[in-house]
Design a protein around this ligand. Structure first.
Ligand SMILES: Nc1ncnc2c1ncn2[C@@H]1O[C@H](COP(=O)(O)OP(=O)(O)OP(=O)(O)O)[C@@H](O)[C@H]1O
Ligand SMILES: [Mg+2]
Length: 399
């Protein structure tokens, strides 16, 4: 049989697991990234295309030139629009452009979900300051304002005081800075535990692969600081979360391929934060799901992109967790204790993203985080404890 060719959008460290897996599977890989020095290009056997992952016309041209058999991206939102465009042009089936649009624009998403009675927070779109102030009046406090079309927890702001006019103004400017098209979304603040749900849809049926508990930096910016599996929520809540997730996938129109649905379990039950028509990032699908279930979601997605049948059956039920290093702004002077931390039973990986000499900020977005620890153990609680133990050994000096 001829070697099949897959195009992978993104060649940064985030996409590396997909590139490496595809090579291991014996596929021919065309990687696309605007950064000519991206790490993924250095994987032996990879064909390099230096194009922005959101430059749809150029990606379509390259896909045709290489006569690819399938296309995917791992855990980024906007390149999904390029995936859908290529799939349509080349007749791959896969996800359609309408579903991708709904999954990458928070306003279109909220409308599609609300139309199908999927539980969402009360929300308003605001295209300018006047619309924003009106929305704030209607929603009341606490509210969240965020860009309509960004990701990576950029531009998110929580406001709790209607009298604080300065903060209300600042929140708008902050969210708007990160918006591509200038629109922001103002919504009711949901309080309660937050989870994400990894799914794979096949032939129109949405299968739940794993539910992840998450912790964030909290207000005002809510950057993820840790994830663990399986969720520790009770069976009844898990059932409700699963139902809402399946409904949400249907409402957005995902019939085939992965999704990453974020949910907050409020007093009125689970409500959708957002849904990505892609694998979950932050090591959730590349590391935690395989460790806790034995399901190789990256391989599944590669197979789906090529029109093959993936193996989504759960192999075991263990715990897995990731915890990010706590930090403050300044220049990283030294990082000690990594080797000792690595020897803690259960600890599987420790990665440093911003190393000695680099300037770091407060954690206002996921890109700012210095590093993380991943552990696997009998259950979620034990895996979290392993991570915490490792974090306590790691000393980061910031000057
Ligand atoms: N209406 C809301 N109520 C409560 N918390 C919210 C709300 N909207 C967002 N958040 C918090 O902010 C986080 C990020 O929001 P959201 O997922 O919409 O943005 P994002 O930029 O797409 O983030 P990411 O790419 O990191 O998932 C959520 O995971 C949640 O913790
Ligand atoms: Mg999100």
């Amino acid at each position: 049989m001829m070697q099949k060719k897959i195009m992978i959008l993104g060649a940064s460290i985030l996409q590396l697991p997909a590139i490496e897996k595809a090579i291991q599977m014996g596929l021919s890989v065309v990687a696309v990234d605007m950064n000519a020095d991206a790490v993924g290009f250095r994987v032996p056997g990879v064909t390099k295309e230096v194009i922005s992952t959101i430059d749809i016309p150029e990606i379509v041209k390259a896909a045709k030139r290489h006569s690819i058999d399938g296309i995917m991206t791992l855990a980024t939102d906007m390149p999904m629009r390029s995936v859908a465009a290529v799939s349509k042009e080349m007749g791959f089936g896969g996800i359609d452009e309408d579903a991708v649009f709904k999954a990458t624009n928070k306003i279109a998403m909220r409308i599609a979900l609300k139309d199908k009675n999927v539980p969402v927070p009360n929300f308003f779109k605001a295209s300018d300051k006047a619309e924003y102030l009106n929305a704030v009046k209607s929603i009341g406090v606490p509210f969240i304002v965020k860009p309509a079309d960004s990701s990576g927890s950029r531009g998110i702001f929580k406001v709790s005081d209607l009298e604080d006019k300065k903060l209300i103004d600042e929140a708008y400017s902050y969210a708007r800075t990160y918006s591509r098209e200038g629109d922001v979304i103002v919504e009711e603040y949901m309080s309660g535990p937050e989870v994400s749900v990894e799914t794979i849809s096949l032939d129109g049926v949405c299968h739940i692969i794993r539910i992840t508990d998450k912790i964030t930096t909290g207000a005002p910016h809510f950057v993820e600081m840790g994830h663990s599996q399986p969720t520790c929520l009770d069976a009844e809540t898990v059932k409700r979360i699963s139902e809402v997730t399946v409904q949400a996938n249907k409402a957005i129109g995902i019939k085939c391929g992965p999704s990453h649905t974020e949910i907050i379990v409020t007093q009125q039950g689970p409500k959708i934060v957002e849904l990505g028509a892609r694998l979950g990032g932050d090591n959730i699908t590349t590391h935690l799901v395989p460790m806790s279930t034995g399901v190789d979601m990256v391989e599944c997605c590669i197979k789906i992109a090529l029109g093959e049948k993936p193996d989504i059956s759960q192999k075991w039920d263990k715990g897995a967790a990731v915890r990010y290093f706590r930090q403050r702004p300044g220049v990283v002077k030294s990082i000690c204790g990594i080797e000792e931390a690595k020897r803690i039973p259960g600890v599987k990986q420790i990665s440093v993203v911003h190393s000695v000499g680099e300037e770091v900020t407060d954690i206002t977005g996921s890109g700012a985080r210095i590093g993380f620890v991943i552990a696997q153990d009998e259950n979620a609680k034990a895996a979290i404890a392993d991570c915490e133990k490792a974090l306590s050994k790691i000393k980061i000096e910031i000057g």
